[in-house]
Design a protein around this ligand. Sequence first.
Ligand code: UD1
Ligand code: MG
Length: 472
Amino acid sequence: MGAMETAIVLAAGQGTRMRSALPKVMHRVCGVPLVHFVVQAALDAGCHEVVVVVGHGRTHVEDYLRGAFPGPRVRTAVQQEPRGTGDAARMGLAAADARATRVFIVNGDIPLVRGEDLRTVAATLDDTTPPADLAFATCVLDNPAGYGRVLRVASKVVEIREDRDLRSSEERAVGEINAGLYVAGAAWLRTALGALAPNNAQRELYLTDIVSHAHRTGKAVPTACLSADVLAGVNDRQQLADVEQTMHERLVRKWRLAGATVRDGARVEATVTLEPDATVEHGAVLRGTTHVARGATIDVGCVLTNVLVEPGATVKPYSVGTDSRIGARAQVGPFAHLRPETELGEEACVGNFVETKKTKMGRRAKANHLAYLGDGVIGDGANVGAGTIFCNYDGVQKHTTTIETGVFIGSDSQLVAPVTVGRDAYVATGTTVTRDVPPEALAIGRMRQENKEGYASKLRARLRAQKDAKAK
Ligand code: UD1
Ligand code: MG
C-alpha cells in the first residue's frame, strides 16, 4: 500500500510586509487568493487530506476555503498566536489524520508551486540511501535576500539559517535558499517539531530548524533544486506582482497551446476558460468564470466578469459586461455596458452606448445605439431605436418592460414599465408609452407638428430687435 499523505499548508501569518488589512494568503494572483493555488497543488499531488493552518484573519480564510474546496479533503487548523512557522506546523500536524505516514509542509505564500513539484520533492526523499527522514525544495537565486539560506558543509546540508540570523557576508552570499516546501515521515516530524526552541532573532519557532535537527541525529537531508518560476515566495506587493506576471505567462501559454489567440497585453484570470479559435485582443481583461467559446472575439479594452460568450460572438472595443450571457454570433459594442443578468440571444446586436440590466434579448433582436434597457424582455427580431429608455424604476420598485417578437420601437421613445408592446406592433418615434400596446397596433403619442409658412424671417427680426434693445 502507498504512503498515506497529508499536506499542511501554513497560512496563519499576518503578512506584515504587505501592509494590508487583508490576510496575506487572501491577496489575489490572477484573480485567485494565494492560498488557493497551494491547496490545489497539494490536491493535485494526490494528498488524501490538506490541513490549512489559519490564524490572522482566519474567518476570512476559512470562509473562502469552504466555498472553494467543499468536502472533507480540505480542512483547517487554528494557530492562535503567530509563534512562527514551526509552531504553525505543530498545529497542523496535531489536526492531521493520525494514520498519515508522510507529511508535506508547504508555505501558503508560494502560489506558483504545482502538484508535480511536491511529487519531485517526495521522489527525492524516496531515492535517498541510506533512507532519510526529511527532504525539502531549494532554489538558487541571484538575489537571495530575505530568504532562509541553505548552509552546507562538504555538500551536506547542515542548517537553514534565516536571513536576519545570518552571521557573515559569506553566509549572506549563499544563493541557495529554502523555498518553503518540505516532506517528512510523520513519526519523525512529530519528534522534530517537538524539539524546536525559539533560539533566534525573532524569538519564534522556526520550522526550518527541523533541518539541523535531522543533521544532528546523523541523517542526510536531501534537497530538490527547483526553478524560481515555481517556488518564488510572496512577502510584499512587489513579489506579488512578480509572481502574478509569471502566473499570467503560464496561463496564457496554456491557452495558446490549446488553440486560443491571446494577444500580449490581454489579462486573463486563472478561473477563465477559452476554447480553440477564441480571440482575446490587447488590453482586454477577462475575470471570474468568463468563458469565451470557439470563434468568438473579445476586442481591445473590454472588461468581462463572469460572462459566457457563445461561439462566434463579437464583443467590440471598450465594452464592459458582468454576470451575463452573449449568444452565438451576437454583436456587442463598441462601448456597450451589459450589467448583471443580461442575456443576449443568437445574433442579437447591442451597439454603442447601450446599457442593459436584467434584460433578455431574443434572437436577432437589435438595439444599435444609445439606449437604457433595464428589466426588459425583448422578443426575437425586435428593433429598439436610438435613444430608447425603459423607465423601469418608479423610485420605489423596479418593473418589467416586455417587447414582443417583431416589434419596432422608434427612436427616442420611453417605455414606462410595467408595460407590454404586443407582437409586431410599432411605436412611433418620440412616443412615451404608458399603456400596453396591442399586437400589430401603432402607438403614437406626441404633439402634432404645425408648419407656419414664411415665419422664419419674422422670427429672426423679432429676436434681433430684442437683442438691440438689451444692448442700449
Ligand atoms: C520562510 C522560511 C524561509 C524561506 C521562505 C520561503 C521560516 C522560519 N522561514 O520565510 O527559510 O526561505 O519562507 O518563502 O520558515 N506562518 C504561519 N504562522 C506563523 C508564521 C508564518 O502560519 O506564525 C505562515 C505564513 O502565513 C506564510 C508561511 O507561514 O504563509 C511563511 O511565513 P513567512 O513569514 O512568509 O516566512 P518567510 O519570512 O517568507
Ligand atoms: Mg514568505
